[in-house]
Design a protein around this ligand. Sequence first.
Ligand code: AHM
Ligand code: MG
Length: 336
Amino acid sequence: HEAEAHRTDLMTITRYVLNEQSRHQESRGDFTILLSHIVLGCKFVCSAVNKAGLAKLIGLAGETNVQGEEQKKLDVLSNEVFVKALISSGRTCILVSEEDEEATFVDPSLRGKYCVVFDPLDGSSNIDCGVSIGTIFGVYMVKDKDNVTLDEVLQPGKNMLAAGYCMYGSSCTLVLSTGSGVNGFTLDPSLGEFILTHPDIKIPKKGKIYSVNEGNAKNWDGPTTKYVEKCKFPKDGDSPKSLRYIGSMVADVHRTLLYGGIFLYPADKKSPNGKLRVLYEVFPMSFLMEQAGGQAFTGKQRALDLVPTKIHQRSPIFLGSYDEVEEIKALYAAEE
Ligand code: AHM
Ligand code: MG
């Protein structure tokens, strides 16, 4: 009976967020409007990504198309769509995108109270072989929209109001937290709607999978090396963990969230701050992990406590199941 109800009583992402917002008196649907513009961007990218292989096959990508226009690269195109959708929502004031060197300050006539930080198409090196890629986003709220400075987005991740990602994989899945748990929605292509398919996601407390680029091992620090060694050669009769690494953060984090385990992008001798960006990679994923009952650690502190000083700053990150991150924290504490 319950399955029947789900098939006829569809919980769309808009309906879900409206229900949630109606519990907060101060909100008047502004967040729902913002979210619907983010969702529009995700649907666009999903459709573009699905056509990418085909476009290549018929010789369109990177060449001049029938109208004589240069084809834009998918990441550039995705960025333009997100920027325009976010500005036109009338609910944003500052945008920070991985694709743009500088932050975008929205024209006062279209300004709203939210700041959105995002990576419109993360993992784009995976496009040409059809591997899952994604969009990552985080949302802050400004105090006074008539008086905004860059400091509004140089805030610790714990001040985010919402965070999420959309994965363009075998299905298109949007995972969202507005600060009270994590929910997953899957795009029904025939309806063009994201439907709640993964209510109240909780990450398993322990995990059997570790996810890291082991090609960097020779440059790792002590704690990372020790942890990975222990995954492979556990003591006390535990079985070794499995290694899974896609090289697409959204996909690696999505698997970690659903199956448990740990995702690591540590510092190494060549990149002392790791690779991933604080504002639109580390923070949103850390926010989701904590909301799902996991943890996120930079090697020095709780990831969401970090205060960025630059919009494109990087940080090492260890995130995933509570117990796994606890082990990493102990290894770093032992170093001191
Ligand atoms: P990108 O923003 O240039 O696409 O790079 C980010 C990606 C992440 O999706 C992924 O976790 C990481 O880079 C993989 O890096 P590496 O190839 O060094 O393992
Ligand atoms: Mg990226």
